[in-house]
Design a protein around this ligand. Structure first.
Ligand SMILES: Cc1cc2nc3c(=O)[nH]c(=O)nc-3n(C[C@H](O)[C@H](O)[C@H](O)COP(=O)(O)OP(=O)(O)OC[C@H]3O[C@@H](n4cnc5c(N)ncnc54)[C@H](O)[C@@H]3O)c2cc1C
Length: 383
């Protein structure tokens, strides 16, 4: 690393890491700041593209952007596993080297942990794992009758509306295949309503939307284990022929070991995304940002991006000897496709007073086009 030039090290090349890296680089040249992004994989994909791969309208290859392209913008990129974060020594150990930093942004996302539910790995498919999407698609093509269960196994999980959107897209695919009338689609959740973070009104609208497609929602179903063709809840059980599960989410092991989290939880932050360590920030799914007594900012790319921007602005200010007072704005939305060539947006304003505001828009073709544009914009701006 060049001497006297501050080094911003960014752990994770997802929404949070890429938005921060690009914002800092667009404000400061390489003579003012060195930026390095580390990720174990060398591609980025917008989370919702996974559901397009599941329903067969996309392939993995045409849904990704290459992180190697960061180098063309004067941002170093290392495709390596992050093994240790040494906050006292201000350095990070990877599979091949130890790297020092002046500013650290932890943007490592949430880890999917299906192994936490006994029997899930053996008897179900992981809806959020990009490696399983083609298999899921092939199983959806083959199923001619029976029961498909979509199961949320624990909270919190990425993009709260995604499992409901997945059920609508599954239903749409089966309808196109001519098998929908002989295949039941059920959604199970441990929560009492579809989207607790969005409140009862939006939850009812989501329920009405899935019910209108004959998808059955089962609330308050906490999964204890999965057996062959059987979900076992605390007080009951349900049969399935194909299980598409949203597995439990945890913070990465390296983050637990750094001392930033307790009891395997996510990193607690407030709107400035600072941690207890000087010049160390955390953004996105790896964090827990509570709002009031009962709510937390949902795990969503749009919020990881917003947090990345706030952190970038504060780091730029510090490098320029200005006041670092930027706060995460907390506004954004998640798309929910109907499976009938339209989409609605769940619009959120997390820090509105006296309480967060969540609204569901109408489902229109225009919103579906916006969703497709959202993906294009991120990939072309960041990579
Ligand atoms: C099906 C689905 C639909 C979704 N729809 C939406 C939507 O409509 N709108 C929305 O806003 N969000 C949506 N999301 C959620 C969104 O994808 C995530 O919230 C977002 O990716 C979080 O960004 P992040 O930067 O915190 O983490 P990530 O994007 O997960 O990035 C973390 C990065 O860190 C890397 N990493 C982790 N550990 C290590 C390690 N030890 N060594 C090296 N690298 C490491 C990972 O490889 C990864 O690239 C959806 C998600 C899914 C699964």
């Amino acid at each position: 690393m060049a001497e006297n030039i501050p080094h911003v090290l960014i752990l994770g090349g997802g929404f949070g890491g890429l938005s921060a890296a690009n914002e800092i680089r667009s404000a400061l040249t390489s003579s003012k700041v060195e930026i390095t992004v580390i990720d174990k994989k060398d591609w980025f994909m917008v989370g919702f593209a996974k559901l397009w791969i599941m329903n067969g309208t996309r392939t993995f290859e045409n849904s990704i952007g290459s992180l190697q392209k960061l180098k063309e913008k004067g941002i170093n990129f290392l495709k390596e596993e992050i093994l240790q974060i040494d906050l006292q020594g201000k350095k990070v150990k990877t599979s091949s080297q130890t790297i020092s930093y002046d500013f650290l942004i932890i943007a490592m996302g949430a880890v999917l942990a299906p192994e936490k539910i006994p029997g899930l790995v053996e008897n179900g498919m992981n809806l959020y794992d990009h490696n399983q999407l083609t298999d899921i698609h092939n199983k959806l093509l083959k199923i001619k009758s029976g029961v498909i269960a979509l199961a949320i196994t624990s909270m919190p999980y990425k993009c709260p509306p995604a499992p409901f959107e997945a059920s609508l897209l599954v239903s749409s695919l089966l309808r196109n295949l001519g098998t929908r009338d002989s295949v039941q689609v059920h959604v199970y959740s441990p929560a009492p309503i579809t989207l607790p973070a969005a409140g009862p009104q939006v939850s009812q609208q989501i329920l009405d939307l899935i019910n209108s497609e004959n998808i059955i929602f089962h609330d308050s179903c906490k999964i204890k284990s999965v057996e062959k063709n059987k979900l076992v809840f605390e007080n009951s059980q349900a049969n399935f022929d194909l299980l598409l599960a949203v597995p439990p989410h945890t913070a990465p092991k390296t983050v637990h070991e750094s001392g930033l989290t307790k009891d395997g939880n996510f990193i607690p932050i407030s709107r400035d995304c600072k941690t207890a360590f000087d010049n160390v920030y955390a953004v996105g799914d790896v964090t827990n940002l509570t709002v009031g007594e009962k709510m937390a900012v949902p795990k969503a790319g749009i919020f990881a991006e917003g947090e990345g921007l706030a952190v970038a602005q504060n780091i730029i200010a510090k490098i320029q000897d200005k006041e670092d007072s930027a706060l995460f704005e907390g506004q954004g939305g998640c798309y929910i496709e109907s499976g009938r060539e339209t989409a609605s947006i769940i619009e959120v304003d997390m820090f509105s007073k006296p309480q967060p505001i969540t609204k569901l828009t109408e489902s229109t073709r225009e919103h579906l086009s916006e969703k497709k544009q959202f993906e294009k914009d991120r990939i072309s701006k960041w990579l």
